[in-house]
Design a protein around this ligand. Structure first.
Ligand SMILES: NC(=O)C1=CN([C@@H]2O[C@H](COP(=O)(O)OP(=O)(O)OC[C@H]3O[C@@H](n4cnc5c(N)ncnc54)[C@H](O)[C@@H]3O)[C@@H](O)[C@H]2O)C=CC1
Ligand SMILES: O=C(CO)COP(=O)(O)O
Length: 341
């Protein structure tokens, strides 16, 4: 019997968003042999990328092993076989809206932001459905630091689309010898894993910054992962997805590595840095700081208990001090470990 034919990659790939992750993913697609265009707003940064193969503000000290073509023209970026939108969750809708008129029906659009939208409580796939209904949605998520991917270090992620053949085609488009995507059809589970782990990473950072000990860190990761699963399952995720790269995998990475901006944001808070400094314009992005309250709102709406996300949101909204939040968590009524609410 003949082997089933390998999925055919999409050849012309656009990446919209020229920060750390967008540039790393563009470079990764170029390594995979694709024709790549990277769209951004900052002409100086784009010039540095295309002429010097560097992006010092976001990927300091790195020279890319492939050239990258760049543009500030959204119509050029929208004219592709496959599009990645790689901006912070709170602005992803601006990009989706900007290309809305130009994207052809049926074009796969892969969302890489890990967050939930404030105010609307939208998941990234819902943002896409509102602004680009003609696109085929896909999500890329999993344990992957931009700097690691840009350097070509071995990385595995999950890519979800509505159908397995499309997810496999996108995997074939982006995979190379150091980047190994796994296909999934669980759009909800894959995006919720990435969004919710950022809130937990802040909590873990706080515990380590405050020097509450390795035991507290392990307990928090475990119970935080349990509450992530509770909300994700309620919103339609499949249980096995949360146990995979985009759930357990990214929790493992982001909740224990100072390389994670969310972890280091929490760490600085735990050490006593003022919140306003960490949230000041130009500060490093911490997606979990925006997603924490949205996660609590979704939890409340769906009758799910998320005490750790609640503690993070209350500290970030200055409703509780860290000490008060820890004390509240430790004095909750005792319960069974496998209680599912
Ligand atoms: N950096 C990483 O290691 C990873 C990041 N991600 C996710 O990717 C998303 C983007 O993160 P990064 O690239 O790291 O952030 P970043 O802070 O490095 O870059 C963000 C980029 O978005 C641009 N931007 C901001 N507002 C914009 C707007 N209104 N329109 C167009 N562009 C705009 C900025 O100019 C900047 O180029 C986040 O949701 C993050 O959680 C996911 C996996 C890894
Ligand atoms: O999502 C990431 C790793 O998988 C990047 O995490 P940070 O945004 O916390 O740096």
């Amino acid at each position: 019997m003949s082997e089933p034919s390998a999925p055919k990659p999409f050849q012309r790939v656009s990446v919209l968003g020229a920060g750390a992750w967008g540039t790393a993913l563009a470079l990764n697609a170029a390594r995979a042999g694709r024709d790549v265009v990277l769209w951004g707003r900052n002409q100086d940064n784009l010039n540095t990328i295309s002429t010097q193969r560097q992006l010092p503000p976001y990927l300091p000290g790195l020279t890319f092993d492939h050239p990258l073509e760049t543009t500030t023209d959204v119509t050029e970026a929208a004219d592709a076989d496959c599009i990645l939108i790689v901006a912070p969750a709170q602005v992803t809708h601006h990009i989706a809206e900007a290309i809305g008129l130009y994207v052809r029906k049926g074009t796969p659009v892969i969302l890489a932001a890990k967050g939930l939208e404030k105010g609307t409580q939208r998941m990234m796939s819902e943002v896409l459905a509102d602004y680009l209904p003609q696109a085929q949605p896909a999500i890329l998520s999993g344990p992957s630091f931009a700097f690691d991917v840009a350097r070509g270090l071995p990385t595995a992620v999950t890519i979800a689309a509505r159908t397995a053949p499309l997810a496999e085609q996108i995997c074939a488009t982006l995979s190379n010898k150091s980047f190994r995507p796994y296909a999934s059809t669980d759009l909800i589970g894959v995006q919720l894993g990435g969004a919710l782990k950022n809130v937990l990473a802040i909590a873990c950072g706080i515990v380590m910054g405050k020097e509450l000990g390795a035991s507290a860190h392990a307990a928090l990761m475990t119970r935080g992962f349990a509450e992530m699963q509770r909300l994700a399952l309620k919103l339609g995720a499949r249980p096995d997805t949360l146990m995979g790269l985009s759930g357990f995998g990214d929790v493992t990475l982001s909740c224990s590595s100072p390389q994670s901006r969310n972890f280091s944001f929490g760490y600085a808070l735990g050490q006593g840095t003022d919140l306003s400094d960490l949230m000041a314009p130009g500060a490093k992005l911490s997606e979990g700081a925006y997603t924490a309250r949205v996660a609590c709102e979704l939890a409340e709406k769906n009758g799910v208990d998320m005490p750790i996300a609640q503690a993070v949101a209350d500290v970030l909204d200055r409703k509780d001090t860290i000490d008060k939040a820890v004390s509240k968590l430790m004095t909750r009524p005792l319960r069974r470990e496998s209680d599912h609410h």
